[in-house]
Design a binder for this molecule. Structure first.
Ligand code: SF4
Length: 379
């Protein structure tokens, strides 16, 4: 174990509390447990503060599939690019999505590049801005590329509830919202899965509550600990998870009680459930995940942008045969530094894959906090 001291990465951390938790962990762990942190935001915090290097020898934190930008299929980006080429369309999305390559990543096709060549592509921070754009441009068609887990899906739902109520006709969404618990289920169903427990993302649980996680934990007889994103919150989550494992227990523990209520946010959930329904869908690099996405319910399909495409919907067989190993990284089977392109052909200013683009992407985290070409994991 390395004590958290004043390295540039850890300069702002509260070392006393984190180091105290690391010492507690050292006493607690009788074997090298493997935990997966699900959320890309947690991955960034772990890499930033070097928390993985504070673990007892052999114990591992592996990175999970919880980066929504990373798992958006290339075919969906292709669909957005195709729509953005139409003169009547204003294509809008969150900033990270504008830089994610489509199915031709080596060629550098992304929405920002399209904007540079004259496409009307807008960066938004909220789906309500897309609604407002549609109101301000009644002669144009506003298409919102909507990505994110259950944290952002309610905001998309609220925009569509309002659009329907206000009779807005010129708003469409390319809905690419995904659900986190089916992804955890998919990771666990791999035959050689070595995960002993999960750190679950506090912001998803703040919406969804603990019910789905509880069911997952019981089905697989393992511990799931809901944590926050600060270094001490994450280390507290690790300690709580390891304590449960050492006691032979399973189930859900809420180590983020200041933010997460057992029943989540019923209002946000009810907006989301009014507009979306769970469907099985492909995740970039991970294949089709049963119940892993949210599709528009029948009453809201008039807002669906996919039927505008010819043929409708994203092309199913978009090639993804570049050196990017994002699928293996998103399953926790490889580290960014295992990728032959990491830090060389693939860099933040020239990303070959979404994990190098996204602010929640593991490759971006390693590049930013560990540097190109530096072996990423200790112990
Ligand atoms: S470094 Fe990451 S994003 Fe870049 S090609 Fe490799 S796996 Fe893909």
């Amino acid at each position: 174990m390395t004590l958290l001291t004043g390295s540039p990465v850890a300069a702002d951390a509260p070392p006393t509390r984190v180091n105290a938790l690391a010492a507690e962990l050292e006493d607690l762990a009788s074997r090298p447990w493997t935990l997966m942190e699900v959320c890309g935001g947690q991955t960034h915090a772990i890499v930033r503060w070097g928390l993985d290097q504070l673990l007892p020898s052999g114990m591992r934190l592996i990175h999970g599939p919880g980066c929504p930008v990373c798992v958006t299929p290339a075919a969906t980006v292709d669909a957005a690019l195709a729509l953005a080429r139409r003169p009547e369309v204003i294509l809008a999305s969150y900033g990270d999505m504008l830089r994610v390559p489509g199915s031709d990543p080596v060629g550098g096709a992304d929405l920002l590049g399209l904007r540079a060549t004259g496409g009307d592509v807008r960066l938004l921070t909220s789906p309500l801005e897309a609604l407002s754009l549609a109101r301000r441009h009644p002669d144009r068609l506003v298409v919102f590329l909507a990505v994110g887990f259950e944290t952002t899906a309610p905001a998309t739902a609220v925009a569509l509830l309002q659009a329907r109520r206000q009779g807005i006709e010129n708003l469409r969404v390319l809905a690419s919202h995904v659900r986190v618990v089916p992804a955890m289920e998919a990771v666990l169903s791999e035959p050689d899965c070595a995960i002993d427990g999960f750190l679950a993302a506090g912001h998803v649980a703040a919406v969804m509550g603990l019910g789905e996680l509880q069911a997952l934990a019981e089905r697989h007889r393992l511990p799931v600990v809901v944590t926050g994103f600060q270094p001490e919150e994450l280390m507290q989550g690790v300690v709580t998870c390891v304590r449960l494992l050492e006691e032979g227990g399973c189930g859900v523990r809420n180590a983020y009680g200041a933010v997460v209520r057992p029943d989540g946010n019923p209002q946000a959930r009810s907006a989301m459930e009014a507009v979306f329904e769970p469907v099985s869908a492909p995740w970039r690099g991970l294949g089709t995940i049963t119940g892993g996405a949210l599709a528009l319910r029948e009453d809201y399909r008039r807002f669906d942008a996919f039927p505008l495409l010819d043929p409708p919907g994203p092309t199913a067989a978009a090639p993804e045969d570049n050196p990017c190993i994002s699928g293996r990284i998103l399953q926790g089977r490889a580290l960014p530094s295992d990728c032959p392109a990491f830090g060389g052909r693939c860099r933040p200013e020239h990303p070959l894959g979404a994990p190098m683009v996204s602010s929640e992407g593991a490759c971006a985290a390693y590049h930013r906090y560990r540097g190109a070409g530096i072996p990423a994991r200790c112990g």
